[in-house]
Design a protein around this ligand. Structure first.
Ligand SMILES: *Cc1c(COP(=O)(O)O)cnc(C)c1O
Length: 380
């Protein structure tokens, strides 16, 4: 009997996107920083408490903007996990800076704050914690280290919207933070992102860099009588059509998050017996972290062939995937970065990780099928 395919991801639309785009079309403002962009900025500022939010084309371009803003130069070093998406490192490499890869924690797979200090040199300028799966890094100790060594913190909160650390929203804790609105993220606009500027001293310059190095933002607010070239910059703002789409999603962020958390909780309950039998390890969310149901992963026992497990899931029409290939082991990571220590946990955990199908609309019966199939494969 052929079973129906369970896809890995299906981008969620709220139903409000099209009406918003039509409204943007009627307004005749299609380029960046129109009415919908302003609404999105206001929402992000109110919900996170950041000093200034700026929509960008992607989380990648928000990180690019952050790296320009921090005036990073050739040979400067930025501490980050190796277990992350390439954009965390690329943004800094583009400035000539060197990503210094530090190992991750066993429980959350986040940057291990206990190993940061040993990786700091006279060239270290910043720390880029990545909140994996929307679960916060240990931001209190990271903040203490940054203060002690006069380092900036750039949070890669690509996966972190609506999640928090001890009550503070992710992305709004460091000097700068970034969100992704890629279609694989909780809140999406196909492609999209935002920079959260938490240090108010960086806000005006961030706006200028994002607008081709001009003070166009100030001009439109009536603060200057013409706009001119003030600084380096690029065109990092999305069109108001993208913002119109995004606005429908932000307005629905509460419902989207609770639906994702319900799916996450179901997986977590269904997989508890497999964990008890030692067949896999489930994600760990520390009590002081409020997550957002961004993704659900399991860790296979050491020595299990992940390729074989994924292949058998595929035969059962279940699309599961893995990530990340650790950056310190990738060709560009070797060329541009520096590994701190042996990064053994990064290597070990990344090789054992499987992400399960996860999207709004995934039915309980489908989750049951995923978990039963996984149990049958692993329990053999
Ligand atoms: C998705 C993701 C990015 C990149 O986001 P884009 O919006 O696609 O540029 C960066 N870092 C992490 C950790 C991500 O998950």
């Amino acid at each position: 009997m052929a079973s129906e395919i369970i896809p890995f991801n299906r981008p969620h639309v709220t139903g409000g996107e099209q009406a918003n785009i039509e409204q943007a079309l009627k307004s005749h403002h299609l380029s960046g920083d129109g009415a919908f962009t302003r609404r999105c900025h206001q929402w992000l500022e109110q919900r996170t408490g950041c000093a200034k939010a700026l929509l960008t084309h992607s989380c990648t371009s928000a990180l690019d903007l952050a790296a320009i803003l921090l005036d990073l130069k050739s040979g400067d070093e930025v501490i980050m996990p190796s277990f992350t998406f390439v954009s965390t490192a690329n943004a800094f490499v583009l400035r000539g800076a060197v990503p210094v890869f530090v190992d991750i924690r066993e429980d959350t797979l986040n940057l291990d704050e206990r190993q940061i200090e040993a990786a700091i040199t006279s060239r270290t300028r910043a720390i880029a914690p990545v909140h994996y799966a929307g679960v916060a890094c240990e931001m209190d100790p990271i903040g203490t280290i940054a203060k002690r060594h006069d380092l900036r913190i750039v949070e890669d909160a690509a996966q972190g919207i609506m999640a928090s650390y001890k009550g503070t929203p992710l992305g709004a804790i460091g000097d700068l933070g970034s969100f992704s609105f890629h279609e694989t993220k909780n809140i999406q606009s196909g492609e999209g992102g935002a920079l959260l500027v938490n240090d108010p001293a960086l806000a005006l310059r961030a706006e200028i860099i994002r607008e081709k190095g001009t003070d166009r933002g100030r001009f439109f607010r009536g603060e200057v009588d013409k706009y001119t070239w003030q600084d380096v910059g690029s065109s990092l703002l999305p069109s108001d059509l993208t913002a119109a789409f995004l606005w429908a999603q932000l307005e629905d962020a509460g419902r989207i998050t609770s639906e994702r958390l319900a799916i996450w909780d179901r997986y977590h309950a269904m997989l508890a017996p497999l964990e008890q039998r030692g067949l896999l390890r489930r994600p760990v969310v520390p009590g002081h972290c409020t997550h957002n149901g961004h993704l659900y992963y399991v860790l296979l026992p050491p020595g299990t062939s992940r390729g074989a497990v994924l292949g058998k899931l595929r035969e059962a029409e279940i699309r599961a995937v893995f990530h990340y290939v650790p950056l310190h082991s990738a060709p560009a990571g070797i060329r541009f970065g520096r590994a701190h220590g042996d990064l053994q946990r990064t290597t070990d955990l990344s090789e054992r990780l499987i992400r399960l199908p996860f999207w709004i609309g995934l039915q309980e019966a489908q989750q049951q099928r995923v978990c039963e199939t996984l149990g049958a494969i692993l329990g053999r």
